[in-house]
Design a protein. Sequence first.
Length: 191
Amino acid sequence: MHSGGESASAAAASMTHRSSDGAVIRPSIETDFDAIAAITNHYILHTAVHFGYDAVTGDELRASWREGLAAYPWFSAVVGDRVVGYAKAGVWRTRPAYRWTCEVGLYLAHEVQGRGLGTRLYGALIEELRVRGFHSAVGGITIPNEASVRLHEKLGFVRVGVFRESGHKLEAWHDTGFWQLMLQGSTHRPG
């Protein structure tokens, strides 16, 4: 349903994007996940942006990536030889009729925020989701988070709702907003 017929290396090469600032946006690979865990753990341990409480390991994230890889792409932003951010797609809901909608997320190392990497990462992910035949993508954002709201709306996501006080972290309740991007026209038929 959501995978192409090319070899993995040919597909990865065709999805690699290099920008003028030297950053490379490419599909995530096995060796990225220790760095991805470090980026994620900053958000888990120090912010309410991520609703996890406990740090994750590269092995845990690598296993999750492997499990969903056939259907759900992940992309990494690399500067030099260092992974500085990632964007991923995953299951929105588990019942079969939902399989054409995915949930997306993006995290950047603090020192590279505000340089356009988030836009390029999400752009690569969105392009690949369209190729794979997904109908829509949903992004959840802990409110307030103006930078994330601006990024999603810049890329065409539309706010579809807010769940009030849906998470408790760092001694406070936090709202979660959801933004949706339609990836295909309403006449799109899965298959």
